[in-house]
Write a protein that binds this ligand. Structure first.
Ligand code: SAM
Length: 318
């Protein structure tokens, strides 16, 4: 097996991700003024994909906002976005006047160099990072007061990336949120688990947020895996964490005190404001209901937290 072909295919999934998000922005599902800068070839996605993007984004933003609210906005917080790709959350939250102590983004240098280029080119992006921002490592990294884009391989998170984050201001003592949006699923579980274990063992107060595929074994799931295989992409994590239970136990068995996991169907049916559902039904007709339910059952959001000081627990539970 040629791993470089597979690594390349995995890097390319980022183009799909941002194109899908842009489709949802363009069709009116999602508000984000920054996605457009990162899209090479806009493409309209089908209604079920746009709705999925909406639900995923809504729930992730809800949980991230909850984290940023812990103890009030004066408490320093940091975010570590694993395999951030072209994600625009930093810019989106900054434009809403949200504050971070530091927002770290990590991806392969092949991906971060494009991000640096795009940020540098558009003042709407660069201005949000601030005028003290410096570009380094041959145009693959950015160091700024509340933002740090690092190039590296998540398979070497503990040995290589943690020291690099620490020399760029990472603080083990403040509340830290890890984001893995369709990222750890591409990694061998032995590698992704090291990140989960390290965070659980070394941070005082931390939260982990995962969005990824589940249910590899039914008809829909095996077709999903086959289609990816044709593109040299393997969901290496899906057999280790194939359902909501195992998505939770990934954390609970590694010292995290609390974990939850729900699929996109449940979020859509129980956690989205009915007014929003009505608004969406005017944007596009969702007539492929059966397909929607199948698709939405195969994606989940899992989140976990761990606190050393039990008094902080309540803050996450609210
Ligand atoms: N999180 C972004 C989002 O949701 O829009 C991008 C998701 S994209 C599907 C997966 C990203 O993970 C790619 O940008 C890929 O390069 C990155 N990635 C996967 N494995 C990685 C690794 N071992 N080291 C660094 N980045 C990795």
């Amino acid at each position: 097996e040629d791993t470089s072909i597979q690594d390349n295919a995995i890097r390319e999934t980022n183009d799909d991700a941002i194109t899908s998000k842009f489709s949802a922005v363009n069709t009116g599902y999602i508000k984000d003024d920054f996605v457009k800068f990162f899209v090479k070839k806009p493409a309209r996605r089908p209604p079920i994909i746009n709705r999925g993007s909406y639900v995923r984004n809504k729930q992730l933003d809800f949980l991230i906002t909850k984290f940023l609210d812990i103890g009030g906005s004066d408490v320093k917080k940091q975010i570590v976005s694993l395999g951030a790709g072209s994600d625009t959350r930093y810019f989106h939250f900054k434009s809403l006047s949200r504050k971070f102590y530091k927002y770290f983004e990590i991806d392969y240098p092949e991906v971060t160099s494009k991000k640096v280029f795009t940020i540098h080119k558009h003042k709407e992006l660069f201005n949000l990072i601030g005028s003290d921002a410096k570009i380094g490592k041959g145009g693959t990294e950015i160091y700024a007061s509340d933002y740090c884009l690092l190039a590296g391989d998540l398979r070497k998170f503990v040995e290589v990336l943690v020291p690099r984050m620490e020399s760029n201001g990472f603080d083990r003592s403040i509340p830290t949120l890890f984001l893995s949006e369709c990222v750890m699923i591409y990694m061998d579980p032995e590698d992704s688990n090291k990140i989960v274990e390290w965070a659980g063992a070394n941070l005082i107060s931390t939260m982990f947020l995962v969005y990824e595929q589940i249910l590899p074994n039914d008809a829909f799931g095996s077709t999903m895996l086959q289609n990816l295989k044709l593109r040299n992409i393997e969901l290496r994590g899906i057999h280790a964490y194939p359902n909501l239970e195992s998505q939770k136990s990934r954390f609970l068995s590694r010292g995290w005190s609390h974990a939850e996991a729900i699929d996109i169907n449940e979020i859509h049916d129980s956690h989205i404001d009915p007014k929003e559902l009505a608004r969406m039904s005017k944007l596009e007709i969702l007539d492929e209901l059966e397909e929607w339910h199948l698709l939405a059952a195969h994606y989940c959001i899992a989140w976990a937290y761990k606190v050393i000081d039990e008094s902080q627990k309540l803050l996450y539970d609210q």
